[in-house]
Design a binder for this molecule. Structure first.
Ligand code: ZN
Length: 167
């Protein structure tokens, strides 16, 4: 993890995630939500059970930007699983959004997808800065729990069954 990682962590109000504080710790210490942990577990299982590598796109948004990322997960000869994350592109938001994690899950708690960063305030998954709430025109601050939307689950299934060129 280079200095860009640290800059991103600091810019996004997560000083606890700078490289020197995360390297060597278990991945699951940093993944919020059961569903998301299961998803990453499934990913690891896919590469460990013969698939060897898997590629997925996901979002890693900041309050002011949408960032499209690409993830390549590869099983190395040594048995280690290698994650390579690449920024594909970013786009500024018109309205800044703030996302914080709910301490408890309530009946009406909004779910945010860990992969595509969409939120589900009602029935549908939407971009958080484009959601037009019934009472307020702009919901800038979201309190969420983390999960994975149906589309991202389907993407993982598709990526894990696709043929790969094994060298
Ligand atoms: Zn999703």
């Amino acid at each position: 993890m280079g200095s860009e990682w640290d800059i991103f962590a600091l810019e996004n109000d997560a000083p606890e995630l700078i490289g020197s504080k995360v390297i060597g710790r278990p991945l699951f210490d940093f993944i919020s939500g059961n569903v998301t942990q299961q998803f990453v577990q499934a990913l690891l299982q896919v590469v460990r059970s013969g698939k060897k590598s898997i590629e997925l796109e996901y979002r890693c948004d900041s309050p002011t930007e949408r960032r499209l990322m690409h993830m390549r997960v590869t099983l190395e000869e040594s048995g280690l699983v290698h994650f390579v994350n690449t920024l594909l592109g970013s786009e500024s938001r018109k309205n800044k959004i703030l996302i914080s994690r709910a301490t408890q899950r309530g009946k009406n708690t909004t779910v945010r997808c860990s992969m595509c960063n969409l939120v589900k305030p009602l029935k549908d998954w939407v971009e958080p800065d484009r959601f037009d709430g019934s009472n307020t025109s702009k919901v800038a601050e979201w309190i969420v729990i983390y999960g994975i939307c149906d589309r991202c689950v389907a993407n993982l299934l598709r990526a894990s069954s696709a043929r790969t060129t094994v060298t």
